[in-house]
Design a protein around this ligand. Structure first.
Ligand code: ADP
Length: 171
């Protein structure tokens, strides 16, 4: 079976992630969306919440599974028998980071390939940080995240009103 892993923080999952995963799933027998438990950056949602939101987003797609992990991404991929790691590219600045990570991971696991899919035009601006910031400022998220993610965001922001730094979009 041809298996790929799509790793990320998914804090929370948004339509740009869903687009990449759905397109990648068409290229493989199975795609595992891998939610990294402890990223260096601070997160709004627990890993359980991030997994649950992602599972709900893909419940109609039998080729996509969602799991969490807390090891090296290449170790997780190996443990699942995956030969490919998927990443998404939006802007040139994404490329630099992805390129560096791909080279490091290639050193660690030469048998695993890194496949970057270009964002679809309508999601080029979309990131989890932007989504959280718009939610914190009460903006419309309808074209950016599924309804259950929107609800989870507003619920979470009520619990932790200062959980999201609001800097760039306030005006
Ligand atoms: P990470 O913290 O690993 O960057 P993210 O959850 O932010 O995790 O993103 C996971 C992957 O999805 C990354 O490869 C990222 O570049 C990609 N991605 C994020 N947003 C988009 C988007 N709007 N379009 C395409 N790819 C995206």
């Amino acid at each position: 079976m041809n298996i790929a892993v799509y790793p990320g923080t998914f804090d929370p999952i948004h339509n740009g992630h869903i687009d990449i995963a759905t397109r990648a799933a068409k290229l493989f027998d199975k795609l595992i969306v891998a939610v990294y438990e402890r990223p260096g950056k601070s997160v709004l949602f627990s890993v359980e919440e991030r997994v649950e939101m992602a599972r709900k987003a893909f419940e109609g797609n039998p080729k996509i599974n969602v799991e969490s992990y807390n090891t090296l991404t290449v170790e997780f991929a190996r443990s699942k028998g995956a030969k490919v790691i998927i990443r998404g590219l939006r802007v040139i600045s994404d490329f630099e980071l992805e390129f560096q990570m791909a080279l490091i991971n290639k050193k660690l696991a030469p048998e695993i390939e890194f496949l970057c899919l270009m964002t679809s035009q309508e999601y080029a601006f979309l990131s989890s940080s932007i989504v959280k910031e718009i939610a914190a400022l009460g903006g419309c998220l309808d074209s950016m995240v599924p309804a259950h993610v929107k609800e989870a965001l507003f619920r979470k922001l009520k619990e932790t009103p200062f959980g999201v730094p609001v800097i760039s979009l306030r005006d």
